[in-house]
Design a protein around this ligand. Structure first.
Ligand code: DGP
Length: 114
């Protein structure tokens, strides 16, 4: 999608601190980190949000989650853990309309969220 910031990051048109990339996904550090470790995993294909997915996306979604977990371990979060979050639409706090998984770690995170 031409005006989507995460599509542009996926295509390399906007710079980011990428930590992983393959033909179907990219992972990069969040520009506004809310924890010492805060990165995003996105599909390169433009999917607006988690409510737009259907059965055909199941394997892709699984691989995005597996990659988020793998990268969090590579970044030293295995012992203390991490939080994996998918915000959706206005009440879910989604600000970028391209599906993404947040991985947050490196400090204790409160629950429930505000
Ligand atoms: P959400 O609120 O769930 O839609 O989260 C969007 C996140 O994306 C937010 O934590 C900030 C991050 N973000 C927005 N624009 C950019 C950008 O241009 N580069 C990077 N690396 N992160 C961005």
């Amino acid at each position: 999608m031409t005006d989507c910031i995460f599509c542009k990051i996926a295509e390399g048109e906007i710079p980011s601190k990428k930590i992983y990339e393959d033909e179907e996904m990219a992972a990069f550090h969040d520009v506004s980190p809310q924890a010492p470790v805060h990165f995003l995993v996105i599909p390169k294909k433009h999917i607006k949000n988690i409510m737009e997915v259907h059965d055909d996306h199941s394997s892709l979604l699984g691989r995005l989650l597996v990659k988020a977990a793998e990268l969090s371990k590579e970044l030293g979060c295995e012992e203390k853990g991490a939080r994996f979050v998918v915000n959706c639409k206005e009440h879910g706090g989604q600000t970028v309309d391209h599906l993404h998984i947040h991985a947050l770690a490196g400090r204790p995170l409160e629950w429930p969220p505000g």
